[in-house]
Ligand binder design. Structure first.
Ligand code: ATP
Ligand code: MG
Length: 328
């Protein structure tokens, strides 16, 4: 089976719909046909200021959400990044292969650092650690949202650079990005992506929010001038975003929705989308609650995942250390 790998940061109490539609939904779909590795990127979560207690809580809540959304630890290796020390170790080797200017071209760093009061070196080098995260497992595909495309390119470049300096070791992995859901936008700022750490609370639809709160956020989403419900990314980014989410959650096509809302207004679309979201999140929230009722069991699943992950990761790291010239 071809291998896939991806990760998500435990940087918030809840995932948002962008995380689900852009990434996690594909993770769930791929676990049947692929050898799947998915991890909670807690090393990445400390690149911005964090509270240790909250991080521990969020790591468990994130794991519970992944399970509630359909990841099956029997078929998938689900683990926590910091429990596999090879990530940090390969990360160092990758840092030494990356040019300073090359790292400086990462647009996500520019966006994120502009919003932080204190900018850590870790935030700057995070895409390089991410390259290590990926290459350790030698996957063919990396299912992510559009915002990760540039980081995936860096990963491919570093894989090729390592190969050309030290001999063939890695196959550059490919980004697996589904066009329709690659970028879900902030409800209040439809030019920016919905983000756990950068969006305002009203800009994101959180899976664990009370559906009434989500419905209210959708009702107050920034829409566009005019009143026709038509998909037009350029001139009507707000309405287009709502249509995209609606379509993704119901499997109704955009065309079908445009026809259904012909002659109706934004208000009807928003009201109905609130109901669609409620229907989706309600069972997910219940399942998350029941996983969180038993944190010891959750920790056990993650420990077992880390053990399986380490088998693959340590084999790759040994090869890399050997080729780099470290003593065995
Ligand atoms: P943070 O703001 O802390 O970076 P995030 O919302 O960007 O959080 P990540 O944990 O960085 O979430 O990313 C997890 C996955 O979700 C990645 O594959 C990323 O590409 C995807 N993703 C994040 N935001 C969106 C979005 N708005 N639309 C589609 N996919 C997204
Ligand atoms: Mg992110």
């Amino acid at each position: 089976k071809p291998r896939v790998l991806s990760g998500i940061q435990p940087t918030a109490d809840s995932f948002h719909l962008g995380n689900y539609l852009g990434a996690v939904r594909q993770w769930v779909a791929l676990q049947d046909t692929h050898d799947a590795f998915y991890f909670l990127a807690d090393l990445h979560a400390i690149t911005v200021e964090h509270d240790p207690k909250l991080l521990r809580k969020r790591t468990r809540t994130s794991a519970a959400q992944l399970l509630a959304l359909g990841l099956d630890p029997a078929r998938t290796t689900l683990f926590v990044q910091s429990q596999v020390p090879e990530h940090a170790e390969l990360g160092w080797v990758m840092q030494c292969l990356t040019g300073f200017g090359e790292a400086g071209r990462m647009t996500q760093f520019k966006d994120k650092s502009a919003k932080q009061e204190v900018v850590s070196v870790g935030l700057f080098t995070y895409p390089i650690l991410q390259a290590a995260d990926i290459l350790l497992y030698r996957p063919q595909y990396v299912p992510v949202g559009e915002d990760q495309r540039q980081h995936l390119e860096l990963t491919r470049d570093l894989a090729q650079r390592f190969n050309s300096r030290f001999g063939k070791t890695f196959t550059p992995p490919e980004a697996y990005i589904l066009k329709d859901t690659a970028k879900i936008y902030d409800l209040q700022e439809p030019g920016a992506k919905m983000s756990k750490s950068a969006s305002s609370p009203n800009g994101i639809i959180e899976l664990l929010d009370d559906p009434k709160v989500s419905a209210k956020k959708i009702r107050s989403a920034v829409t566009d001038t005019g009143r026709e419900v038509v998909f037009d990314q350029e001139n009507k980014p707000g309405v287009s975003n709502l249509l995209g989410i609606f379509s993704a959650l119901t499997d109704r096509t955009i065309d079908d929705l445009q026809t259904a809302y012909d002659g109706k207004g934004y208000g009807d679309l928003k009201k109905d989308l609130g109901e669609v979201v409620a229907e989706f999140v309600t069972p997910v929230r219940d399942r998350v609650k029941s996983y969180l009722d038993d944190p010891a069991e959750l920790d056990k699943i993650l420990r077992a995942g880390a053990e399986r992950a380490r088998e693959v990761a340590s084999a790759t790291l040994s090869r890399v250390y050997d080729k780099t010239g470290f003593l065995a």
